[in-house]
Design a protein around this ligand. Structure first.
Ligand SMILES: *[C@@H]1O[C@H](CO)[C@@H](O)[C@H](O)[C@H]1NC(C)=O
Ligand SMILES: *[C@@H]1O[C@H](CO)[C@@H](O)[C@H](O)[C@H]1NC(C)=O
Length: 339
């Protein structure tokens, strides 16, 4: 009798342990199994050891059609000058009006790179009550971007929420001080109840993540009024930054095209990367050409071994093509609508 009671209670204990939430499981020093959804599964292929990766659905709904018809021209517009940028809006979102185009020197003082400029634009739609911050990718060639991402591993504190990559921090501050801060204060004053849509591709994607976070930290906008969608975003901040970001923004999507190399940079497990950089939620992974009707994964983990991390063969071509559109020249052509 006593013996069976002991066995029973051990069994109950084991079940309780197994049914723990991923967060509680990790907090108690165990590992959570993504495959079995159990705490401390003895056999586990994909074991989760970081709370940032505890599987869950996003708080907002990803809309593929909106991404390709609205967000794509928004980040496409940042790759060109003010006149073509307005064409991007006229062709795709006619009530959207360019407000300000900001271009600054964002060279790192380090001698490794030549002069680099960073650019972004703001726009206003008074019909749909939307403000836009859209950040440009580098325009001096893809190699430069690779170099930046590979050589600059230094980090700076991001307010009280972890660290971000120094190059992104400095580039963002150059834009902020170069007119963005004044512009966002003006827009907030004029349109206090508008939503803020923040976006970018590549380097612009990292700056968009920083920008959305910055206007919240600066107390200018509430996270509930902000929507962030990035394409081909490199790892931008460390664990604390990304955990804060995903606990703060309900609407934050990180679109990744198939084998795009940039979301894997800086590589999470390379030797130089002492404090590892992590992505925040929610990755939307298209493992195809992203043409209309393509399927996509709404990834359950922030930066785990699901979704794009399954791909070991990485591609630059996938980085420059999003939503079946060659981003080289897309903005300069005024973001032509797909037929
Ligand atoms: C751009 O900024 C860098 C870093 O602050 C500085 O060293 C450089 O002189 C600047 N270049 C120009 C052309 O202003
Ligand atoms: C997302 O939803 C979860 C579960 O309802 C909630 O606890 C969390 O605060 C939400 N996060 C954001 C950023 O809204």
């Amino acid at each position: 009798m006593l013996k069976s009671l002991v066995i029973l209670s051990v069994g109950v204990l084991a079940v309780c342990q197994a049914l723990q939430s991923c967060e509680d499981c990790l907090k108690s020093g165990n590992h959570f199994c993504a495959d079995t959804k159990l705490c401390n599964s003895p056999v586990c292929l994909n074991s989760i050891t970081h709370i940032i990766n505890c599987p869950r659905a996003p708080n907002a709904t990803y809309d593929d059609n909106e991404a390709r018809t609205k967000w794509l021209p928004l980040f496409g517009a940042s790759a060109t000058g003010p006149i073509q940028a307005q064409k991007c809006f006229d062709n795709n979102w006619p009530t959207m009006k360019l407000s300000k185009h900001i271009l600054v020197n964002c060279s790192d003082p380090s001698p490794i790179l030549p002069l680099t400029t960073c650019a972004m634009l703001t726009a206003v739609d008074t019909t749909q009550k939307v403000l836009v911050m859209s950040f440009r990718a580098t325009n001096t060639g893809t190699q430069l971007e690779e170099e930046i991402l590979n050589y600059f591993v230094a980090k700076k504190p991001f307010f009280d929420s972890g660290y971000i990559f120094e190059f992104f921090y400095d580039a963002y501050v150059a834009l902020w001080k170069g007119g963005l801060e004044q512009e966002m204060r003006n827009l907030k004053y004029k349109y206090p109840d508008y939503e803020v849509w923040v976006t970018g591709h590549s380097l612009g994607a990292a700056l968009a993540s920083v920008g959305a976070s910055w206007v919240v930290k600066a107390g200018l906008f509430k996270p509930d009024n902000i929507k962030l969608l990035t394409a081909g975003q490199p790892r931008t901040g460390d664990y604390a930054y990304s955990l804060w970001h995903q606990n703060t923004f309900a609407y934050s999507f990180r679109v990744v095209h198939a084998h795009d190399i940039v979301p894997h940079v800086p590589f999470q497990y390379e030797l130089v990367d002492h404090d590892k950089m992590y992505h925040h939620r929610t990755e939307i992974w298209y493992n195809n050409d992203m043409s209309v009707g393509s399927t996509y994964h709404v990834c359950q983990e922030a930066d785990g071994f699901y979704c794009s991390s399954q791909n070991a063969d990485l591609s630059w071509n996938d980085h420059t093509h999003y939503f079946n559109t060659d981003l080289d020249g897309y903005g300069n052509q005024g973001c032509p609508k797909k037929q």
